[in-house]
Design a protein. Structure first.
Length: 135
């Protein structure tokens, strides 16, 4: 990139040359979601009566991006999503997964993950957390 300025006197001054590289944005991997009521990789269904809190931290979110929560069980799945608005991008994002989902998955494994639809049309997917739901 280079520019020039023509002064009133007719003299022309030129800028130096600057190189600009345009390349795709490289983002780090998404952190795994945290399931607050789980002890390690085990979730006791008695601890799910008020729902289960899934927290997404350090996703480097921007206003206007979409976050999709995925809970995949052996019998059915639960989905939730949020569009990031002003102020949300700096705080951890919390989802509540209802008790009825966990109640139907006693003695099975549920995979919890999320994805982020970025403003530049890139989709990032987190690693999943495998939870053993027990009675």
């Amino acid at each position: 990139v280079q520019y020039c300025i023509e002064q009133k006197s007719g003299a022309i001054r030129e800028s130096g040359v600057t190189r600009v590289n345009i390349a795709p944005l490289v983002r780090g991997e998404l952190a795994m979601p945290q399931v607050l009521e789980a002890e390690g990789r085990v979730l006791d269904v008695k601890d799910t009566i008020d729902g289960v809190s899934v927290v997404i931290s350090n996703a480097q979110l921007e206003v206007g991006e979409l976050v999709y929560l995925k809970c995949d069980g052996e019998f059915f799945f639960h989905r939730d999503d949020r569009e990031i608005s002003s102020g949300m991008e700096v705080e951890p994002l919390a989802f509540i997964v209802p008790h009825r989902f966990w109640r139907e998955h006693i003695n099975t494994v549920v995979r919890v993950s999320y994805s982020v639809e970025r403003l530049d049309d890139v989709s990032q997917v987190s690693e999943g957390v495998l939870l053993h739901v027990q009675e």
